[in-house]
Design a protein around this ligand. Structure first.
Ligand SMILES: [Zn+2]
Length: 357
């Protein structure tokens, strides 16, 4: 993914020059331009769903009665196992936006989440809630990368979802996320469940703003009793209304034409863990096939090191081999056939049509 500055960013960058030119020409309206650009900067930083600095996922497109439940600030031994049990009881799925430092303390909980069929997201290493928005590029990158290092150490694949602490962002964040293939996730339904003590009021607030395709923001580890009570009630009421909480398929989450966004999941493959979601597997397989085809098409040019090309070819082939060994049992026989015969372009076409379109 490549980062492209938004119109908002251009405006904020160019406003001082515009102001200077206007004031130099004798018009003090230029000061208004400067004021507007500052206002915009503050608003986009402080309002989580504003997209001025780059895309923020706040909902997904679906006509089914489903929503995406996201649970921040874990893992926590006082709530995570109970939450997993509740989700299981009602047949619901959720994405846990974990704090790296807590995951390092309770790696078994991070694994438990994935083993139960849920997903995880990056919620920074230390959750600097009050200072994240004023971090410079280096500090932002450190929070994000340390989280990934923690997750790798546990033997898990880095997730592509990122949520900023308290949802606050700044103009440096999007380029850093784009360079890592990360997607910023906001929300469309929140309950202020860390501040409200009455669990039925929390549920009422969430349900008021819920619709098909909503992203629900929920927290754990703050007030365990309230959190578990509210979640139990929410799951009970939603399931009575046949409203399901799911991990939405990628095609519903990301705009069409979006390049395969999963973090290169070599780590997941090496560690031998199952993919938390099967569509993740097929995206990674498509990536590997694409890479292999690119290497073949990319003949070593004069002056280029043929050994390096050979090594790339070997690595690309190995990666496909590893993925082939981990094909899900219900994979289509046609795909098995293509991969067995090393028909990579056919296999790629098939994966795209069958699993990713
Ligand atoms: Zn948080």
């Amino acid at each position: 993914m490549r980062f492209r500055p938004t119109v908002t960013i251009w405006f904020i960058v160019l406003a001082p020059f515009l102001t200077f030119l206007m004031v130099a020409a004798g018009s003090f309206w230029g000061l208004l331009v400067l004021f507007a650009s500052h206002l915009l900067l503050v608003a986009v930083t402080l309002v989580p769903s504003l997209q001025g600095f780059g895309p923020v996922l706040t909902r997904y497109s679906t006509s089914a009665k489903t929503a995406w439940l996201t649970i921040d600030d874990g893992p926590d031994p006082g709530t995570t196992p109970q939450i997993i049990a509740l989700l299981q009881k009602y047949g619901a799925r959720a994405t846990f936006f974990l704090i790296g430092a807590k995951a390092a303390k309770h790696p078994e909980l991070a694994c438990m989440i994935l083993d139960a069929g849920h997903a995880i997201g990056n919620h920074t290493q230390n959750h600097p809630g009050f200072s994240f928005w004023r971090f410079g590029p280096r500090a932002l990158a450190r929070e994000i990368d340390q989280f990934e290092a923690t997750i790798f150490r546990i033997g898990l694949a880095a997730p592509i979802w990122f949520r900023a602490p308290a949802g606050l962002k700044n103009p440096f964040l999007h380029p850093i996320l784009a360079a890592r293939g990360l997607q910023l996730v906001g929300w469309s339904a929140r309950a202020f469940d860390t501040q409200i003590l009455d669990s039925s009021r929390i549920v009422e607030r969430i349900k008021r703003s819920i619709a098909p395709g909503s992203i629900i923001l929920f927290h754990e580890g703050h007030r365990p009793a309230v959190c578990l009570e509210a979640l139990d009630q929410l799951l009970r009421e939603l399931s009575a209304e046949q409203f399901r909480l799911v991990l939405p398929p990628l095609r519903e989450l990301l705009p069409t034409g979006h390049s395969a966004p999963w973090k290169t999941s070599l780590n997941a493959i090496r560690s031998g863990r199952q993919f938390a979601r099967m569509d993740q597997y097929y995206v990674v397989l498509a990536e590997a096939l694409q890479e292999r085809l690119a290497v073949i098409a990319d003949h070593p040019l004069r002056g280029q090191n043929p050994d390096a090309h050979l090594l790339r070819l070997k690595q690309a082939s190995e990666r496909i081999e590893q993925l082939r060994n981990r094909l899900p049992p219900d994979a289509d026989p046609m795909l098995v056939h293509y991969l067995g015969r090393m028909s990579f372009s056919k296999a790629l076409e098939f994966v795209r049509e069958r699993y990713l379109s």
